[in-house]
Design a protein around this ligand. Structure first.
Ligand code: PMV
Length: 330
């Protein structure tokens, strides 16, 4: 009744922003992401009668409160499916800062779902894993797969048609890189969940977001399949700015950017002026992720890593599927 899994984080190129069902985590729009090879979470889960309650550690720190409740809720879904009631010990470790806009909840809930279902001997197909992972954190449904992944929003009330599928495998476009710049490892103040709800309730721009997202999805799908960086990058950059515009116009405003974020955005624009093709994207936090081709990646990474605003860089390529591993955390 013990298993360990590892899952890579993913960064959306067309963002998921807004839930039509908060409880089941069903989105208003589909989204497309790239799974990243260098950012990952490893999770060990053990169910046993020896535990009187669920115990969670993240990066060796004991966790209680809201974070523990989210994990217990996810385990309850899996316990119900396996018809067991044993409590669990869960240890999770990531190689990057959590809750800072680097999709730590995506890799964490994907790894947790895979480890917990295996520990209870449920051998589920990826589609089912994606549906369960989605209910922990929306973006986690995409981290079940490697490569380039689309989360189909679905239309059913029960969420059975809201899951991820692979658009292209990990080895489809080996030249494509994403440089993740960690500017400040501070945890964000407003969780995406609250940010999304506030946006839907108060932003006059949310309607425009929904009206243009289908066309962004089409362009990003083609950009990936035809390996066209300019189409992919321009659309992804604009999509991120549109998402942030909806939040900036909520009441009260949600501004995830820090001054360093803007400096980095301008640096990407400057690189383009110098004929180095690259594009940025930003999630629910200050970090700036940059898409580029391998031929320019080292040069761009060096440029960022020399900036005083940047604390750390990860030069990523498309990563693999979430998988079971033998190396246990306890
Ligand atoms: O899955 P959550 O609740 O962490 O929300 C993710 C939201 C964004 O990162 C901003 C966009 C996305 O599609 O990953």
């Amino acid at each position: 009744m013990k298993a360990t899994a590892t899952a890579n984080s993913n960064i959306a190129l067309v963002k998921y922003w807004g839930k039509r069902n908060e409880e089941l985590i069903l989105p208003y729009n589909s989204s497309i992401s790239m799974t990243l090879d260098k950012l990952y979470t490893t999770t060990t889960v053990e169910f046993s009668k020896k535990y009187s309650k669920d115990e969670l550690t993240i990066d060796a720190e004991k966790i209680s409160g809201e974070e523990l409740e989210r994990v217990e809720k996810q385990l309850n879904l899996i316990r119900r499916a396996a018809k067991v009631s044993e409590k669990a010990k869960i240890a999770s470790a990531s190689n990057f800062p959590k809750a800072a806009g680097l999709a730590s909840s995506a890799s964490a809930f994907a790894a947790l779902t895979l480890a917990a279902t295996k520990a209870l001997d449920l051998h589920l197909p990826k589609k089912e894993l994606s549906i369960i992972a989605r209910q922990g954190s929306g973006s986690a449904c995409r981290s079940i797969y490697g490569g380039f992944v689309e989360w189909q929003k679905g239309t059913l009330e029960n969420g059975e048609d809201s899951y991820a599928r692979q658009v292209a495998p990990q080895n489809h476009w080996p030249e494509l890189c994403m440089i993740v710049n960690v500017l400040t490892p501070k945890q964000k103040k407003i969780k995406s969940r609250a940010g999304m709800a506030q946006t839907i309730a108060t932003s006059p721009l949310y309607k425009a977001w929904l009206e243009t997202v289908e066309s962004d999805l089409e362009k990003v799908r083609s950009g990936i399949l035809e390996k066209k960086l300019s189409l992919l990058g321009q659309t992804a950059e604009m999509n991120a700015l549109k998402m942030h515009s909806t939040m900036i116009t909520t009441e009260p405003h949600i501004i995830y950017w820090e001054p360093e974020t803007i400096v980095l955005m301008k640096e990407v624009m400057q690189l383009r002026e110098e004929a180095t093709e690259c594009y940025f994207t930003i999630d629910g936090g200050p970090q700036v992720k940059v898409l580029c081709l391998e031929r320019d990646a080292k040069k761009i990474e060096k440029r960022f890593s020399e900036m005083k605003e940047v604390q750390k860089t990860f030069l990523c390529k498309a990563g693999g599927d979430a998988k079971l591993i033998d190396r246990e955390l306890f």
